[in-house]
Ligand binder design. Structure first.
Ligand SMILES: Cc1ncc(COP(=O)(O)O)c(C=O)c1O
Length: 303
């Protein structure tokens, strides 16, 4: 079968969804051995979501089709928050089971984390799709969530999204924490307060909190002159839940070790580390404004 798709015609050309109906959908079905439960697609022309939805509704109707759009004000290349009047003519609302908004920070941060943690160098619409998929996967056990990594990251190098973070803002894996901390302290100005955010890529609360905390520490705001180290507590939920995880019995983080992610800790200054770091927990299951308020208040309290 041949398809004729010019870049402008893609919004109206039925060959666009048809290609996904005949190609992408069956390929996903084969590669998941029919186990897929959720399909997440960033929406630009909507061809991917429309074509795959038509296919899944025929062969496995219980697959939940999730369309992703940029949150109000977000600019994510390749996808649009379509006003009703401008929706592509190939779009059919009935083919989506759910529409999810994705924020700029989540899309950008997940694209960076995909590169750092998985070696997948992809664009921001892919970051958004992966971020939404992680949240959907975390809603209930046993889900097989498939999303599309739409394009490569090198197209976006000039936007600055992949620029290295300022030297005072690093990430590390929990197994390397103590080594990273000692190197980090040597590299920082002596009187610079050091904070640590415990986070995890698969944790839905973390995907909300991390970009906000990053913003507070990198912008002109309360954390502008502080250093932030992000500590990933596990690549999977199982790794974190393992009772042998060293943070569970590490009383630096509280009488019962670290029990919640995300958690922010103040470790003192580079030259005068606190033996008992001050800890801010309770950052889960609250909205973005509450996260921002709590973190900023905590930073102010640390003087
Ligand atoms: C980078 C990027 N992301 C997402 C999409 C969305 O895919 P679709 O047009 O099938 O909705 C596109 C479409 O061209 C794209 O270029």
């Amino acid at each position: 079968m041949q398809f004729a798709i010019s870049s402008q015609a893609r919004f109206a050309n039925q060959d666009n969804p048809q290609a996904h109906y005949e190609g992408t959908g069956p390929e996903i079905m084969r590669q998941t051995a029919g186990q897929i439960t959720h399909f997440v697609s960033s929406m630009g022309t909507t061809g991917t979501s429309m074509g795959c939805s038509r296919y899944f509704k025929e062969v496995k109707p219980e697959v939940e089709i999730v369309g992703l759009q940029p949150a109000e004000g977000a600019q994510i290349p390749g996808i649009r928050r379509w006003p009703k009047e401008y929706l592509p003519s190939i779009f059919d609302e009935a083919r989506l089971d759910r529409v999810v908004d994705i924020s700029q920070e989540e899309a950008d941060e997940t694209a960076r984390q995909l590169a750092i943690q998985e070696g997948i160098f992809a664009g921001m619409s892919s970051g958004g799709a992966v971020s939404a998929s992680l949240k959907i996967a975390a809603e209930a056990p046993g889900r097989v969530v498939v999303c599309i990594v739409c394009d490569r990251g090198d197209r976006y190098l000039s936007t600055g999204v992949f620029d290295p973070p300022p030297p005072a803002h690093h990430s590390c894996y929990y197994k390397n924490l103590d080594l990273t901390l000692s190197q980090h302290r040597k590299a920082l100005p002596e009187d610079m307060p050091l904070f640590m955010l415990f986070t995890a890529p698969w944790c839905p609360d973390c995907t909300t909190t991390l970009p906000i905390v990053n913003e507070i520490f990198t912008g002109q705001g309360a954390g502008a002159n502080f250093s932030l180290l992000r500590c990933i507590v596990g690549k999977t939920r199982e790794e974190w839940k393992d009772p042998r995880h060293p943070f569970r019995s590490d009383t630096r983080w509280g009488p019962n070790g670290l029990s919640e992610i995300p958690t922010l800790a103040c470790l003192g200054t580079a030259s005068s580390p606190l033996v008992q770091p001050r800890v801010l927990s309770g950052l889960e299951k609250i909205d973005r404004e509450q996260v921002r308020f709590k973190v900023e208040s905590f930073l102010k309290e640390q003087g």
